[in-house]
Design a protein around this ligand. Sequence first.
Ligand code: FAD
Length: 299
Amino acid sequence: MENFFEDLYLNGCEIKKNEPMKNHTYFRIGGITQAMLLPKTTEAMVYTCKKLLLEGKSFRIMGYGANLIVSDRELDFFVICTKYLSDITFCGTAVTVQCGAPTARLSYMAAQNGLSGLEFASGIPGSVGGAVFMNAGAYEGEFKNIVRSSSVFDKKNMEVLSLSTDQMEFGYRKSIFQQGRYICLETNLELSQAPREEVIEKTRLLLEKRWKKQPLDLPSAGSFFKRPRNDFFVGTAIENLGMKGLRVGGAEISKKHAGFIVNAANATFDDVMKLSEVVKTKIKEAYNVDLETEPEIWK
Ligand SMILES: Cc1cc2nc3c(=O)[nH]c(=O)nc-3n(C[C@H](O)[C@H](O)[C@H](O)COP(=O)(O)OP(=O)(O)OC[C@H]3O[C@@H](n4cnc5c(N)ncnc54)[C@H](O)[C@@H]3O)c2cc1C
């Protein structure tokens, strides 16, 4: 195993052995992975993915862990973290972004450059790779509207190729990346020119809205449930059933926004899962609606 790590290290990968995932997830929950691998360049990322595949080692990709619920047992997979791949390059209205670039930084830089299209993303935590993976969106905006293509690593054929927007099969909080075959390396976006002060002001207003509504003082993974249909507001439905503040162990339905489950007091993975089951059951009984968890669950 030492040779294995040495080879990755010499090929541009930082290695954190026996790394607690709770230090890397927004929920502050997650067990120990045998190693977290942090490639320093896109080439190192591709090398790392290929090596793990060729050696039959199981692995998962993460950006900043803003949309992850990770089991707190010992994990039997490696984790590749993209956060060192964070270059953002502007060329007119086109932007090329490496997968580990923070979405919020991208949105800020676009506004500073007088480019419109990313105002909605101003407060969305996490990486652009994570945002493309789930077609992140807010306030009527979503990534699918601005993505033109992505450079991806194809795990099946072990090659780098380009996918167009159509090939990415975007839908509501959905993309082809969720099928597990492709890893996003870099994404090309198309924005539009607009008066700089207007873009900055729109960005500021949306950020303010987010801060007022969301429980940003406690660890969470954002909205816990997908909206099942356009006219069904999950947070309001949960609140109407009197579940705000409901707890299982240290996991709690946020008192500020019922669509969030927060880690109020050293919650375990099981606390979160049990609380989400309670909510799903009550919503089914009251409204005959099936809720689906929005964050990715790793166990
Ligand atoms: C307080 C809060 C508010 C939020 N608000 C919003 C919101 O308004 N709108 C919204 O859409 N989301 C929101 N989220 C969820 C989250 O911010 C987004 O899903 C974000 O895009 C996740 O990025 P990440 O880098 O943290 O991904 P991670 O959590 O690290 O990973 C999430 C998934 O993406 C996959 N992934 C990550 N990078 C890649 C890659 N390069 N290639 C392939 N797969 C990849 C991972 O394997 C994993 O399955 C919020 C979360 C929090 C905590």
